[in-house]
Design a protein around this ligand. Sequence first.
Ligand code: F6R
Length: 248
Amino acid sequence: IHNVIFSDSNEASIKVAEEMADLIQKKQEAGKKCVLGLATGSSPIRVYEELVRMHKEEGLSFKNVVTFNLDEYLPMEKDNRQSYWYFMHEHLFNHVDIPAENIHIPDGTIAGEKVIEYCIAYDNEIKKNGGLDFQLLGIGRTGHIGFNEPGSHYNSGTRVITLDHITRVDAAPAFLGIDHVPRKAITMGISTVMGAKRIVLLGWGQNKADIIKKTVEGPISAQVPATYLQNHKNCTFVLDTGAGSELT
Ligand code: F6R
């Protein structure tokens, strides 16, 4: 893991958006699609805002972009304001020229036995598109990436998981109380994420400092799934001074 610490998350987000835009353009010039793995939550909001600005003001096109989101609550309707489907459309997809058929977000309405098949198909679709060129990540206080909570196996693929209590506590304000936070989610697996050619993890604020330290400096362990990223050859943590404050 390579760490880059910025004094300000705004400036850091712009740098990350620039890297993504460069990749999209390079692929476009080569006549290829650009396959992006995307995250929701507070961390990437400013990155998406900058990508939208580049689309509107600088003509950055998303015509060749194919996206796969990390996760979605289960159960969850698309038009629910708390859904990650809603989040992605509100912050990015509604404002750029990405073809609708290029967007993939785990479907929170899949129920029962069909869900296993659905998750396998999600990973297969990523493979069919040539794998993830770039994966954007945030990190949860449990050390989750996507919703790969403590206990997640290195070899895990896209699957249904049970959300950690801490994760549900952190999500409670958005749901107006923990009782309304779903107990499960569909998440890309660790192996799905690790298959990306390039990974950038965003970490902002003092309340991420402890988990960032454990992730970067601690032993690789299923107890802190983000530590698996230590084994990735092209992974950068983009942090602000708060999130990086406990690194030695
Ligand atoms: C979101 C996701 C999660 C978040 C993490 C941090 O798609 O996969 O791993 O990245 O929970 O969330 P924020 O950015 O809200 O602190």
